[in-house]
Design a binder for this molecule. Structure first.
Ligand SMILES: NC(=O)c1ccc[n+]([C@@H]2O[C@H](COP(=O)([O-])OP(=O)(O)OC[C@H]3O[C@@H](n4cnc5c(N)ncnc54)[C@H](OP(=O)(O)O)[C@@H]3O)[C@@H](O)[C@H]2O)c1
Length: 216
């Protein structure tokens, strides 16, 4: 049985957890306020879910989903995630997260910053451009005509391959953007961010994207 640890149990964490449980995974959920505050969610998710602290969820996961506001990534536990695959769903919204110089200046990406925080983990960006409920409502089996695709990016190609398999099980094709340094192609405000696109459509949209100028 594969266990997925979740750091963050909000909109995206809950939707990915539901989709994963339906595919036979176990999940360990965590948030900022403590496992006791997740009792209702665990009741909803059922017997394949339990609540823990972020450090416990990180340690328990065969792989781990970090799905929290960008401003909180400094809190993500480092040691229990060493050598692990970490899926990063996060987006940068300055109005929520405050101004982050490296992102405003286009010197890094949000996923690149998480990778810097977790230097011995394998960060894969995924799920950042789909609205949480659509993780369940727009999933379709492999081979379905018009199947939706989701973008991924990672500095570790083997981890990208694993996440592509996971996404396929959950109901999505994949567009691999390559390294995390290319993940700006699917950040908020891009053409691919939000709409339901097939693999060919998402590949074309992300390839054509122009990087914004640095903020003055
Ligand atoms: N909502 C979407 O449709 C969507 C789509 C794609 C990507 N995203 C991105 O994915 C991330 C999560 O979005 P969301 O909508 O799921 O957010 P959300 O509903 O606000 O949930 C955030 C979760 O993160 C937890 N959290 C906050 N600070 C934490 C910390 N320091 N340590 C551990 N857990 C912490 C919160 O726990 P507490 O409640 O206890 O504070 C909560 O469980 C964001 O970066 C967002 O931009 C969202």
């Amino acid at each position: 049985m594969t266990t997925i640890g979740f750091i963050g149990s909000g909109n995206i964490g809950t939707s990915v957890a539901k989709a994963a449980i339906a595919e036979g995974y176990d999940v360990v959920m965590s948030n900022s306020r403590g496992p006791e505050t997740l009792a209702e969610l665990i009741g909803e998710l059922g017997e394949h879910a339990r609540a823990a602290t972020p450090a416990e969820a990180a340690a328990a996961g065969d792989f781990v989903v970090v799905t929290i506001p960008m401003k909180a990534i400094g809190d993500v536990p480092v040691e229990p995630l060493v050598d692990k695959l970490v899926i990063d769903t996060n987006n940068y919204y300055p109005e929520r997260d405050g101004q982050i110089e490296a992102l405003d200046q286009q010197q890094n990406t949000s996923a690149g910053l998480l990778q810097e925080h977790l230097p011995s983990s394998h960060v894969v960006k995924a799920f950042n451009h789909i609205q949480a409920p659509q993780i369940l409502s727009t999933a379709t089996p492999s081979g379905t005509p018009g199947r939706r695709a989701l973008a991924i990016a990672s500095d570790d190609p083997a981890s990208s391959t694993l996440v592509a398999s996971f996404l396929d099980r959950l109901g999505f094709d994949t567009v691999d953007l390559g390294p995390l340094s290319e993940s700006w192609r699917i950040q908020p405000g891009t053409v691919g961010y939000g709409p339901e696109l097939t693999q060919a459509e998402l590949a074309a949209a992300t390839a054509a994207e122009q990087r914004p100028a640095p903020l003055r």
